[in-house]
Design a protein around this ligand. Structure first.
Ligand SMILES: C[S@@+](CC[C@H](N)C(=O)[O-])C[C@H]1O[C@@H](n2cnc3c(N)ncnc32)[C@H](O)[C@@H]1O
Length: 782
């Protein structure tokens, strides 16, 4: 990018910096003309589009080298490394119909299948055998290996079938003997067990169970005074109702997940993952996902073989009736622009290609892009972003022209349309986030993981797996105190209400920042930087307890529990009187959570302190206690807070020792002496200390700090907030580990309620560990 930016003449740069939507065609034309005269521009385009220079092109020689390495590890019994090298070989081996050596690819699949079998990954082993059989029907080893895996799974009828086919194909005598032995074994077992049929574990039907559609909810697009269009419901909606579910118009895997997640459905890659048939970079969890992304039909095979493949496909896609979505097809061929341009630019390419394919003509670009009906904020973009999007639009169109069969004229007008599209993607695309359960050491916790014995504590983490454009989903506006919760299953967006929403009230989700998590200024800044708008949500226009205390200091005057503000980070628009209405009045409401009584008291306490302040005291002056008015040395409090935070943060990276822990605990005490009791920093510090204590094996102390963190979160968030759910995951797993089943059960019930509110019937799919904890609690209750 820097190379290209430096080629833009100074005058043109200035014009682009100051451009509005009206000037776009002329600035884009000028940039195009100027770049056409620069040989280096052609060189850069060549590097991006020449498959010979591409880092992701296939190579039989490389595949052979990797296969041999795999063989070396297989021989010495290191099946994990062997399987990994065979997978690498499968990435490099040419797979396109004209230059694929089918037998070689089949051998790679069977070699990987053998390693997977030795690793106990039997389903994965069978998938690879199926792939080998599809490529090379007469390959006895593939049938034999599948037979062995079926026998290990107890599917003796299938095993016998496979072994019989293998026997009929095997040429060598020693081979025949081996197969006969296995066949005999399977026959004996099938007699004693009366035959077992293959479990229908991976059938699509199972997945349909979670493909819940919104029911009884009628949404409408409404016009709002300060946020443009927005969504509202025509009827009252109960809390936890699914109000929206949508497939993306276009999506792309995030850079950090390219090696670990499927590039189509964004689920984690299994050990038997597949590579793109034309490049080495795009990886898929199953044939289904690869075919979707490449827009390929299933190969022309006998139908019974296809049935076998389908019956063993990974259960990652929720929607069986998914339309083909060939997002990667135009990017294939070994060129590397799709992997070096920024994700949102490549995503723009995917949107464009989909639009072109619908319209079949590029002359209608402007009309096509308008048909997306997305807002954009080009005029509000920073000068640097304007220049970047000009350059990237030009480069993207050149890449699309050379890589796809699309026929279009590259002009100022078409480049200008792509500039607008990129700015639409900036504000309308959503980050696809998946939740993962990890233990305190960062290892993945699987569904199968048991919670008893020496198992480690559990933490929920968010992984940003992709970015996508949802046409209708992007009509929901943002609120820092949303009444909706959004989440993703594979690549499908789901939106649920987290409270009762009366008809006509706006339905709003959070684009990221929320109260309790960040203070007012941080939220406003984040939304401005990322989406270029000034947030007008209710939480930002009215005073709230979280904003008041999130980074506040405590008063050190004896018996005073007032708040000392560091900066004027709270909205002063509706201070004292609104505080009474908004915070003291709701205290009369009966809320369902046990912590509410405490929360009510906490709110009342802070409100009263604020309202009882002497009338002659200037309002909300920084450095003065809001209650007694005494002055505080902010500089020294700030210094202490900063130093203690830094020292506590060290616990996340340091090797644990009793010295490190005790220094962390000292810092926490010091922090508590300056920060307000409801400060987010204290909550975070308690949380870090609790994790550190867990990894040091000090579970009892860890529980206390985890509880302290939950208590503060209850003050700064709503008691049903998902942040509290996430903290309770940790708390329950430590309590369970300590054998404190009564407390665990109480917290599991609470956790269940919070997760059901946010994820409905998908709660256990998002967080399978919840089921394990529940089972464990049940076991002890009986
Ligand atoms: C994803 S779109 C939402 C739909 C959009 N309002 C429309 O008319 O299509 C995001 C844009 O909506 C507006 N918006 C959303 N939430 C807002 C908020 N809390 N305050 C102000 N503007 C908001 C901003 O213009 C933002 O760039």
């Amino acid at each position: 990018m820097e190379r290209l930016e430096s080629m833009v003449p100074v005058g043109l740069k200035r014009a682009i910096y100051e451009s509005t939507t009206e000037d776009l065609i002329s600035t884009c034309s000028a940039l195009h003309e100027s770049f056409l005269n620069i040989p280096e521009f052609r060189t850069i385009l060549g590097e991006l589009n020449d498959p010979e220079m591409g880092l992701c092109r296939k190579s039989s020689a490389e595949a052979l080298k990797l296969k041999n390495k795999g063989n070396q590890f297989f021989v010495i019994g290191d099946y994990e490394k062997a399987s990994s090298f065979y997978s690498q070989a499968l990435r490099f081996v040419p797979m396109s119909a004209h230059d694929m050596d089918k037998d070689f690819v089949a051998v790679l699949y069977v070699n990987r299948a053998s390693s997977l079998h030795n690793l106990g990954l039997l389903e994965e082993c069978i998938h690879d055998c199926n792939r080998a059989v599809v490529l090379s029907l007469q390959y006895a080893k593939a049938w034999y290996r599948r037979g062995k895996a079926n026998a290990s799974l107890g599917n003796y009828r299938d095993a016998i079938n496979d072994m019989e086919i293998a026997l009929s194909m095997e040429g060598s005598l020693s081979g025949k003997k081996r197969i006969k032995d296995e066949l005999e074994d399977a026959l004996n077992h099938s007699k004693s067990t009366h035959g077992t049929s293959r479990p229908s574990k991976h059938s699509y039907e199972k997945n349909l169970g979670c493909a819940v559609e919104p029911q009884g909810v009628q949404l409408e697009c409404v016009s709002t005074p300060d946020k443009g269009r927005g969504m509202a419901s025509c009827n009252n909606i109960q809390s936890a109702s699914l109000v929206h579910r949508e497939e993306p118009y276009a999506a792309i895997v995030s850079k950090q997940c390219r090696e670990t997640h499927c590039h189509f459905c964004f689920n984690r890659l299994p050990a038997d993952f597949l590579a793109c048939s034309s490049c080495t970079k795009a990886l898929y969890c199953s044939t289904f996902c690869r075919n979707q992304a490449e827009g390929k039909e299933y190969p022309d095979l006998e139908s019974h073989l296809m049935d076998i493949v389908l019956a063993n496909m990974d259960p990652c896609i929720v929607d069986v009736n998914l339309q083909q979505n060939p997002e990667h097809r135009h990017e294939c061929g070994g060129v590397h622009w799709p992997f070096v341009l920024p994700s949102e630019v490549v995503l723009a390419g995917r949107v464009l290609v989909k639009l072109f394919e619908k319209r079949k003509a590029f002359t209608a670009t402007s009309e096509s892009i308008e048909s997306l009906d997305l807002v954009h904020n080009y005029p509000q973009m920073s000068p640097e972003s304007k220049l970047e999007s000009h350059i990237y639009s030009l480069v993207l169109l050149y890449c699309l022209q050379s890589c796809s069969s699309l026929d279009f004229t590259l002009s100022g007008s078409s480049i200008a349309q792509v500039v607008v599209l990129i700015s639409q993607i900036k504000i309308n695309s959503m980050a696809i986030v998946h939740m993962i359960s990890v233990d305190a050491h960062g290892a993945l916790k699987s569904e199968k993981h048991s919670v008893n014995g020496n198992s480690l504590t559990c933490i929920l983490e968010q992984v940003r797996v992709g970015q996508a454009v949802y046409l209708r989903g992007s009509l929901f506006n943002h609120s820092c105190q949303p009444n909706l919760h959004s989440y993703f299953l594979s690549r499908i967006l789901h939106i649920r209400t987290t409270e009762f929403v009366p008809a006509g009230i706006p339905l709003e989700l959070s684009y990221g920042p929320q109260i309790g998590q960040l203070d007012l200024q941080q939220r406003q800044q984040m939304l401005k930087d990322q989406y270029a708008f000034n947030c007008q949500c209710n939480a930002c226009s009215e005073l709230n307890l979280s904003d008041l205390v999130i980074h506040a200091f405590c008063c050190v005057t004896t018996n005073c529990r007032g708040v000392v503000l560091e900066t004027e980070k709270v909205n002063r628009g509706r201070l004292a009187s609104s505080f009474l209405q908004d915070y003291v009045a709701p205290c009369i409401w009966e809320l369902p959570m046990p912590a509410c009584e405490e929360k009510k008291n906490a709110i009342r306490e802070v409100a009263q302190l604020l309202l009882k302040r002497p009338t002659d005291m200037p309002p909300l002056q920084t450095g003065h206690c809001l209650c007694c008015g005494s002055y505080h040395d902010l500089e020294s409090s700030n210094k202490t807070a900063k130093e203690t935070t830094e020292r506590i943060d060290l616990l996340t990276s340091n090797q644990m020792s009793s010295q490190v822990i005790s220094s962390g605990l000292k810092s926490l005490n010091l922090m508590r002496s300056v920060r307000h009791a409801y400060s987010k920093d204290v909550a975070q510090a308690e949380d870090i200390i609790s994790e550190a204590l867990c990894s040091f094996g000090e579970f009892r102390q860890a529980v206390d700090h985890c509880k302290a963190s939950v208590e503060i979160l209850e003050k700064i968030y709503h008691p049903n907030h998902i942040a509290i759910g996430n903290e309770l995951v940790k708390l329950t797993s430590i309590q369970l580990l300590l054998g404190d089943h009564d407390s665990t059960l109480d917290n599991v019930n609470r956790l269940d309620a919070i997760f059901s509110l946010h994820y409905g019937a998908h709660a256990t799919k998002i967080f399978p560990y919840l089921e394990s904890i529940k089972r464990e609690c049940d076991r002890h209750a009986h």
